[in-house]
Write a protein that binds this ligand. Structure first.
Ligand SMILES: [Ca+2]
Length: 356
């Protein structure tokens, strides 16, 4: 049976992470955070009903009419196979690409997408690939090299990458989930598993599990949160939590997958879209949300962006060398301060010596 989850479960998951901390320290640390969380969750339930399933953006069994009727709300292409039990983006065969796309643009400002999926195949350890992606993009149904979708995409991508291409990057295990926001200017670097353009990520054992696995993507008030449930314990674990993300309305949801020399079955069981009831200021409501360019703010910490979806965001997405430049500037600043401090201290010492 499909599981329904509420925003309250997110709050529970996040607070449960802190169980091992000493009690007094925990209270001091948690109080401001808890207040922030409480205010953000509280704002979700203003109408007494925290979430609403939006059927026009949801892909649910038995997928009646998908791609076959003009009134269908989902299209599919490539190797995608629709059965009554799953949407198979690729079979466990080499060189396949498949996708499924919502035909209805999404005008929700705050939303949460729950994806139930299964990746399975006959390939042994490290001999399977390549994974699948969930999209919220300006364009749809364009085949390409990024998990079956076009490169230089405009919008948001969540990658469930099952094959480790970057053999020098040994610090992470695969499958690996990551997120990327793009305004069309950045390519996805397969050779590095998208590392230089990712907002964050986590390793998850999602392949050849006996049970279905789950992924939740929440976008609300400029904050992108990815949660995973892959242990069959009905408990979300945080994977990515990033503030300062700007996404427009009017884009399309989709899912795509690709195989290369190595393969897997990439099955989507369901994609369920929930509207989050979040209040916005009149200023935010009057803004044309369809004109927003996808971008990520690097200058603020994620925690600062909870109540600021329209702050001063940078117009270009985050890239690795920008992070490096910022860190370099910070380091230089510290060195200059230390040198000036040492010189002033020395001068004072000399002056004091003269008095004695
Ligand atoms: Ca990869």
């Amino acid at each position: 049976m499909a599981r329904e989850r509420s925003p309250a479960s997110w709050l529970h998951s996040q607070t449960s992470v802190t169980r091992r901390m000493p009690a007094c320290r925990r209270i001091t640390l948690l109080l401001p955070l808890w207040l922030l969380h409480f205010s953000s969750v509280y704002s979700d339930i203003t109408d007494g009903n925290a979430e609403h399933l939006k059927r026009e953006h949801s892909l649910i069994k038995p997928y009646q009419g998908v791609g076959t009727s003009p009134s269908s709300q989902w299209d599919f292409s490539g190797s995608t196979l629709i059965t009554s039990q799953y949407v198979r983006l690729t079979p466990d065969e080499r060189s396949k690409q498949g996708s499924v796309w919502n035909t209805v643009p999404c005008y929700l400002k705050d939303w949460e997408m729950h994806v139930q999926f299964k990746i399975h195949g006959s390939g042994k350890k490290n001999l399977h690939g390549d994974g699948f992606a969930i999209w919220y993009t300006k364009e749809r149904l364009h085949h390409g090299p990024v998990f079956g979708n076009q490169d230089h995409f405009v919008g948001l991508a969540i990658f469930v990458d099952t094959f480790h291409n970057d053999l020098q990057g040994t610090d992470r295990s695969f499958p690996y989930i990551s997120a990327m926001v793009n305004n069309g200017s950045l390519p996805y670097d397969h050779g590095k598993d998208g590392r230089s353009t990712e907002l964050g990520g986590c390793s998850v054992e999602v392949r050849n599990q006996d049970h279905d696995t789950y992924l939740a993507i929440r976008y609300s008030k400029g904050r992108l949160t990815i949660m995973v449930d892959v242990d069959d314990r009905n408990d979300w674990k945080e994977c990515i939590d990033f503030g300062g993300v700007r996404l427009p309305t009017g884009y399309y949801f989709g899912a795509s997958a690709a195989t290369g020399d190595l393969s897997d079955n990439h099955d989507i069981i369901s994609m369920k879209m929930y509207q989050l009831m979040v209040e916005h200021t009149p200023e935010e409501d009057n803004q044309d949300w369809t004109k927003i360019e996808p971008s990520v703010s690097l200058l603020k910490s994620p925690k600062d962006n909870i109540d600021d979806p329209t702050g001063n965001f940078r117009s270009t997405p985050l890239t690795g060398w920008k992070v490096f430049l910022l860190l370099l500037c910070a380091l230089l600043g510290i060195v200059v301060c230390a040198v000036v401090g040492a010189v002033v201290f020395q001068k004072r010492q000399e002056r004091n010596k003269r008095f004695y």
